[in-house]
Each structure stands twice: as structure tokens, then as C-alpha cells.
Design a protein around this ligand. Sequence first.
Ligand code: DAH
Length: 361
Amino acid sequence: MALLEQIEPLKQSGLAELRNASDTAALEQARVNFLGAHGKFTALMKQLGGLSKEERPAAGKAINNAKAELETALAERRRELELKASQPNEPTDFTLPGRRRLLGKLHPLTQVTEDIVRSFRKLGFVAADGPEVEDEYHCFDALNTPADHPARDTQDTFYIQHPASSIENPGSGPQPLGAPKSDEGGSTLNSQRLLRTHTSSVQIRVMEKQQPPVRIIVPGRVYRRDNADATHNPTFQQVEGLYVDRNVTVGDLKGTVEFVFKELMGSETRIRFRPHYFSYTEPSFEIDFSSAFTRKLGREWLELAGCGMVHPRVFEQVGYDPEIWTGWAFGFGIERIAMIRYGINDIRLFYENDVRFLKQF
Ligand code: DAH
């Protein structure tokens, strides 16, 4: 058969094989058969050499046109097969309900902290922050807490061992008013680093930087050398409050605490102040509260927080004139509030990250 006459039937059989390919493997086989290096059209091309000079261009052109048609058919079938492969085998039931994604939640301690901060914001307080790795000066000395105070004992506090060279020298930078110089008497006592045992250190940090009036609320992590049990953990969270202005009274303190705890624990919450001792406040009190939550725990009153009027010596340390400025401060543990609020009986549950526990809040 003349070469020219073979082209059309070969093209037709190639098109049929490509279009009927039932999957991508069959399609590839059809491509190899007709368009591959050893395929039928390559064989035809090889026969071109046997034609006369006059016949050759027309035959070459016809072969190329046929190949182009086959390439188009190949691409088209490939698209069809790929689309088919990407669709589900089973028909889709559009009436089925969607799959719900699990939404994450804030940790109960974060929720309680945010509630506390939100209540204080309503009264014009701003959130402040300070370092967890503190020095003894900000944690104790500046808070009128003497060197023989039990909180400073190595049995109660995590002290940090560090090479002397890594301590920034308190004598060489801007010096907090009244801060003892580190080179005095060669004592390193006051530059000793520790993990802060309470957020009260942030009172000092803020007052060093800012003139009164001050209205801050300080949520943050604190550390103590406690063994973990149902009510203790070596790290926990506190909230500190500090208010400094002219003519601040215990009445302001009590009114503020009452407002916030009614918001937190319900409107029928009552609070009472009991005289106590803290070295950085005078007078000092412990705050008890009573609500449906405490009665659920079988108690009318539960102790909740420490507070008092800022001690004049603390003001002197930060360079505030205690004849002009007055203020109150308080501090309490967030875990305790959360435990009472949610009826949780073991503090360690907060830190285990067990989703079965966490998703209840
Ligand atoms: N710092 C105290 C503690 O950790 C709590 C506290 C008591 C904070 C009295 C205060 C305060 O600001 O005035 O137990």
C-alpha cells in the first residue's frame, strides 16, 4: 500500500485507541503504540526515505498533521481520565451533616485571669508585667522584707546560680532610688538572682519607672520551693494590684475588692477583712470571702488574699514622698480562685494538660 494511503487508517485506529483508553495506564500504552520512539508513526516516518523527492513533502506533512491530531486526542483523554480519578467513587450525599471541627479553648487559669483583668480595667487599672527571674532587691528588700524573713530562706525560694560575669552590675546602670550598691562592702547579697516568689516585685519595678498616680494589675507566674500536693505546686499564678494616689483609704481598697469579687463570684458574694501582717503594707489584712461557692465546699468563709495600705518605707525606696502619696496593694493566687469557682479539688489538674479535664471549662 502506498505510504500516503496508510496514514489515514493508522490515524483512525490511533484515535480510537486513545479515546477508548479506560485508565491512564491504557492511555500511556496507546501513546507508546502510536507516538512513541518505536511506535507506528515513527515507523512511517522511516519509510519517507523510500519516496521520490516529489512525493516526500506531501507525505511528511500528512504524517505530521496526523500526529498532531493524535497528540490533541491524547491530551484531551488524559484530562478526562484525571478528572474522573479525582472524583469520589460513591455518589455524594449532600444531605449528610458536616463534620464539626473541635474548637480549642482557653485554659481555665487563663479564663479566670482574663476575667479578673477585665473587671479591674472597668475601674481604670492597666495590666503590668515584670521579670520572673528577679533579684532579691525587687523581690524582698525594696518591699521592706528583712534579710531574716523566712521567705528568703533557700528552703523556700529558688535561687539562681550564675557566674559573676553574667550579672549585669546594678552599680553601673541607672540605679533605682535607694537600691544598695552591689560593690558596697563586697556583698553580692543584693544582686542575688532568684525566681520571684510573688508578683509584689512588680510593684517596685513599676513605681521605679513611673510617677503617681499608679493603677496596675499584675497577673503572672511565681515560684516557691513547695512539694506538689493537692493544694501546692512549685509554680503557680498570682495577681497583684497596686493603687497609688492622694488620699487613698482602706475604704477604697475594700470597695475595689468587693466590686471585683462580686463580678468574679456572683453578686451575693461578701468579703471581710481580718488584720494580718505583711512587711510591705501597714495596716495589713487578709481577705476572706463568702458565696455560694464557699458554702458548696462546706465553709462560710474562705481566705483568699493578702492586702493592705502601702508601707511608707516602700514609697521611700522608690522615691515617692510618703507624706503626699498613699496607696493600697493586694495579691492572691489565681489557682485558688479557679478551684473555688469550678469546684476543682486538686491543683495539679491545671498542669497535666489532660484534655478530658480541660475541655470542661
Ligand atoms: N505577696 C503576698 C503573697 O505572695 C500577697 C500579698 C499580700 C500581696 C499583701 C500584696 C499585699 O500586695 O499587700 O502571699
